[in-house]
Design a protein around this ligand. Structure first.
Ligand code: FCB
Length: 451
């Protein structure tokens, strides 16, 4: 394949890295910060694969100047980060912590001084524990609670931040947090899941309105994970299964805000959600997005389930001959990225798309100050080639954010999976640029070189 060039993506293309508060900040109880559901979940024991937690993580709370300087030196011009709700509102609502807001204000200023555009996500999964005790997203009051957070954050940062994302991947934190229980807050209930789906949809509208009100010139979006199905066979029942998978995994979370309603016919998972829908809700779910953030990690092969009542089974092919498989067990198929970009563009509802996350964990080895992460570099090269292809076809994709700048706390999988372009030694907090980081630095005209 021919070498990728920055020019192939045009001058107005945003090159960024992404992270989430809980995964990097550490300082879990510093200053005024209240506990989040992830603090409770990780301290509860046994629920994180390697029994680690985000108490310290990569200590971004204290090391952000060093980290942002390295992001810039690697040639990136944007940093996507999220706000820890309980750092800003320790009890979830009411008292606003000036110290919490000051921290994010300093991060924004540091970005701007370095020539990095700050891209802010209002919610990347760390709900205040105090609000979980009141039912969390399953309580309809969460719409107003979230409104308070949005007002406080945009009120303080909206004079400098022009790119906002309301949520990160409702399609992950809702099913894993409220239905399957593998993520915080560890709830397993179909009813509470359905209630939470609806309230997060309404909160999304409330959050977007808060941004428009406090930062009128800003560009407002949100992010979704897309996991496209491959049909595992040519029988109609397999095609129906793939359709059901697509509805349950992707469309449920994306379509209501685009004015398309819930995909009730294809997603039996939602049967009963009507009980949470009131008056003007359907209209309130709709948002006039400036952009959507597309996040892609893997496809699934999907087959018809042999069990009556179940519509599909995702197949874990683990076909090492056809696919590279990451340390998360995810199959690497770059063509899925251009597919999802086409699909989202196909809705015809959103003017701009950005890949707000894409990346891979591999078992890295730090030897003599180097990490030769050849597979990660290939991963990025091949996915970026698909982005370039989508652009050539006319899909308006205007930027790409790597997940992630540095290794960090990977939720229920703990500290073990390493997703970074920069290696972190968790004992010493020492950062070491991996070969994939040097690759980006070369591509983007950065100044970081191996030596
Ligand atoms: C995404 C999450 C992100 C990170 C990556 C690997 O689903 O948004 O926080 O964990 O996966």
């Amino acid at each position: 394949m021919t070498e990728l060039r920055r020019e192939d993506f045009g001058d107005d293309f945003t090159w960024g890295v992404a992270h989430a508060a809980y995964q990097v900040e550490g300082a879990w109880d510093a200053d005024d910060k209240g506990p989040s559901i992830w603090d409770t979940f990780t301290h509860g024991g046994g629920r994180v694969f390697d029994k680690t937690n985000g108490d310290v993580a990569t200590d971004f709370y204290h090391r952000y100047p060093e980290d942002l300087a390295l992001v810039r030196a690697m040639g990136f011009d944007a940093q996507r980060f999220s706000i820890s709700w309980p750092r800003v509102l320790p009890d979830g609502v009411g008292r606003v912590s000036t110290k919490g807001l000051d921290f994010y204000s300093r991060v924004v200023d540091t970005c701007l001084e370095l020539g990095i555009e700050p891209w802010v996500t209002l919610y990347h999964w760390d709900l205040p524990e105090a609000l979980h005790r009141r039912g969390g997203w399953a309580n309809r009051d969460s719409v107003e609670w979230f409104g308070e957070l949005a007002d406080a954050v945009v009120g303080r940062l909206g004079d400098r931040v022009t790119r906002w994302m309301v949520f990160n991947e409702p399609g992950t934190f809702l099913p894993f947090g409220y239905l399957l229980g593998g993520h915080a807050p560890g709830v397993r209930s179909l009813r509470r899941f359905q209630a939470a789906v609806h309230h997060v949809g309404l909160a999304q509208g409330r959050g977007a309105a808060a941004i428009r009100a406090a930062a009128p010139g800003a560009s407002v979006g949100t992010t979704h994970i897309f996991t496209p199905p491959d049909v595992a066979g040519d029988r109609p029942r397999h095609r129906r299964a793939a359709r059901a998978f697509d509805a349950a995994m992707n469309r449920v979370y994306v379509e209501p805000s685009l004015g398309l309603g819930y995909p009730m016919d294809d997603a039996p998972l939602l049967r009963g959600i009507e009980r949470y829908v009131r008056g003007s809700d359907e209209a309130d779910l709709v948002v006039d997005w400036d952009f959507l953030g597309v996040q892609y990690y893997q496809r699934f092969a999907v087959a018809a389930a042999p069990v009556p009542g179940l519509r599909f089974v995702p197949l874990f092919r683990k076909d090492h001959k056809r696919f590279d498989i990451t340390a998360m067990g995810w199959e690497v198929d770059p063509t899925g990225l251009s597919d999802v970009l086409r699909t989202v563009h196909g809705y015809g509802k959103v003017p701009e798309l950005f890949v707000t996350e894409n990346g891979a964990a591999y078992p890295d080895h730090l030897v003599d100050g180097r990490v030769h992460d050849v597979r990660r570099t290939a991963y990025y090269r091949d996915h970026l080639a698909e982005v370039a292809r989508a652009r050539r076809e006319g899909v308006p994709v205007h930027g790409y954010f790597c997940w992630s700048y540095c290794d960090n706390f990977e939720w229920a999988a703990g500290l073990r999976p390493r997703f970074g372009l920069v290696h972190v030694d968790y004992e010493t907090q020492r950062r070491t640029v991996k070969d994939s980081g040097y690759w980006f630095s070369r591509l983007l005209g950065g100044t970081v070189t191996p030596g």
